[in-house]
Design a protein around this ligand. Structure first.
Ligand code: THU
Length: 130
């Protein structure tokens, strides 16, 4: 899967976002090592705190399907700036990925920058229980 294609899927997914409070629609496209793509949107809530980000929606959809090994995630919004995952989403991504997970941050014009999870969340806390 080309990064450009993953960004396009994230952009298209973004239009389904439920963001009546912030007006900031976000879409994510998560590429699994098995070759599948899971999409996610942000889903806001009247309590604000119960809001979930697009990235976590995608991760939780995938994990619920038994997919828990990821290669890349693209993130898209209507912003003219690159959109980056929040701290909570970085931590959730770290639960299921190594530092080499590629995080593709895109702009409205579909330009993108590729980072690794290790760059965005150095020294991540992971606890593997045998
Ligand atoms: N949001 C995401 O979905 N992903 C991000 O990477 C940044 C923030 C959402 C949460 C909230 O619905 C809205 O964007 C404004 O913060």
């Amino acid at each position: 899967m080309e990064y450009k294609e993953l960004v396009k899927i994230a952009q298209e997914t973004k239009d389904k976002a439920y963001a009546p409070y912030s007006g900031f629609k976000v879409g994510a496209a998560l590429y699994t090592k098995s070759g599948r793509v899971y999409t996610g949107i942000n889903i806001e809530n009247a309590t604000y705190g119960a809001t979930i980000c697009a990235e976590r929606t995608a991760v939780f959809k995938a994990v619920s399907d038994g997919e828990n090994s990821f290669e890349a995630i693209a993130i898209a919004s209507d912003s003219e700036d690159y959109v980056y995952p929040c701290g909570i989403c970085r931590q959730v991504l770290a639960e299921f990925s190594g530092d080499d997970l590629k995080i593709i941050c895109s702009r409205k014009d579909r330009q993108f920058m590729v980072h690794s999870l290790g760059d965005l969340l150095p020294h991540a806390f992971r606890r593997m229980v045998e």
